[in-house]
Design a protein around this ligand. Structure first.
Ligand code: 13P
Length: 340
């Protein structure tokens, strides 16, 4: 089946829709399950992902889902492979292809993402399994004396190598440079580090001949550090984030799909809403949330089959709120009108 990468990239940021990140690695999903007292086994992980992927009505707000290696090979209880379950609702299946962030040599406290060796072969396999887009996450940490230019540029280089290989395999790359918001830094520091990171990422992407029209960017928002004593409000975050992206992200990129990065689910929605209310922008501003779409669903489910409908209602509600934030038409008072 021929498919046009630009069309897929645009479909992923269609008006009113965004992406569900359900690509938690084994270690991360175990952490999420620990928080609700559920053991992480292949079957509990499968059952939980089935809850999300079979939620009726989610396709009104969800354009694509990022899967993990184990998940793209799993099936719903009726035997339908998960990529087919999604496709049959018009949701595009994608896959995380990096192999995680490891310590960066000669750079205490900093990390580099692994997974380039053998990537060309793995991309072919994922395509055959039904994936139409991919994701790779680089991690930048803020602290005393860090991030170094060394860390920023090595991660940018790896992101561009991944993106070029992904386009070669006819898969839309979602390029994710995540500046972590842990720490007590100010929003000005966050602005500076995010801007330095975006500058490096787009320099490497251009040097490595990545087609901007055929990719999406998945960045952090520009926030105050979670431990900062004075934290910027919603409009200040929206202003700083849009200012940084206008300076560094080419208009040829169809969309910017933010990660939630540990914000509360309602903050993640409010920030996206405020940015879209400031539009129009050169690119679509959308979401690719993990925790901010899943947290209430995970809690409502709590590992019990009887709670699947409650979990699905909670997920659908968050998807709908973020769908409204895509056009700046969300307001916090909608939170109380939980979809039945
Ligand atoms: P969060 O929205 O929970 O940050 O997850 C998004 C993601 O895919 C991180 O890699």
């Amino acid at each position: 089946m021929a498919h046009n990468l630009e069309e897929t990239a645009r479909a992923l940021v269609a008006p009113g829709k965004g992406i569900l990140a359900a690509d938690e690695s084994d270690g991360t999903i175990k952490k999420r399950f620990d928080s609700i007292g559920v053991e992480s086994t292949e079957e509990t992980r499968r059952a939980y992902r089935e809850l999300l992927f079979t939620t009726e009505g989610a396709a009104d707000y969800i354009s694509g889902v990022i899967l993990f290696d184990e998940t793209i090979r799993q099936s719903a209880a009726d035997g339908t492979p998960f990529p087919k379950v999604l496709e049959s609702q018009g949701i595009i299946p994608g896959i995380k292809v990096d192999r995680g962030a490891k310590d960066l040599a000669n750079a205490p406290g900093e990390q580099i993402t692994e997974g380039l060796d053998g990537l060309r072969g793995r991309l072919q396999e994922y395509r055959e399994l039904g994936a139409r887009f991919t994701k790779w996450r680089g991690v930048i940490t803020i602290g005393p004396e860090i991030p170094s230019e060394y860390c920023i540029w090595t991660n940018a280089h790896a992101l561009a190598r991944y993106a070029a290989l992904s386009q070669e395999a006819e898969l839309v790359p979602i390029v994710e440079p995540e500046v972590l918001m842990d720490g007590d830094h100010s929003i000005d520091t966050s602005f500076d580090v995010t801007s330095r990171t975006l500058h490096a990422v787009f320099t490497e992407l251009r040097d490595q001949r990545v087609h901007f029209e055929q990719m999406l960017l998945k960045p952090n928002m520009v926030l105050s550090g979670y431990g900062a004593s004075e934290r910027a409000g919603i409009q200040e975050v929206a202003d700083a984030t849009v200012r940084s992206f206008r300076r560094h992200v080419p208009a040829a990129v169809p969309g910017i799909v933010f990660l939630s990065g540990g914000q509360t689910d309602e903050d993640a929605t409010a920030h996206l809403n405020a940015m879209n209310a400031m539009g129009p922008h050169p690119w679509e501003l959308s979401f690719s949330y993990g925790r901010a779409l899943q947290a209430p669903a995970l809690k409502a489910w709590a590992g019990e089959a009887a709670n699947v409908p409650a979990g699905q209602a909670a997920y659908l509600h968050r998807a709908r709120m973020n769908g409204l934030a895509r056009s700046g038409s969300y307001s916090p008072d909608m939170e109380t009108k939980v979809a039945a």
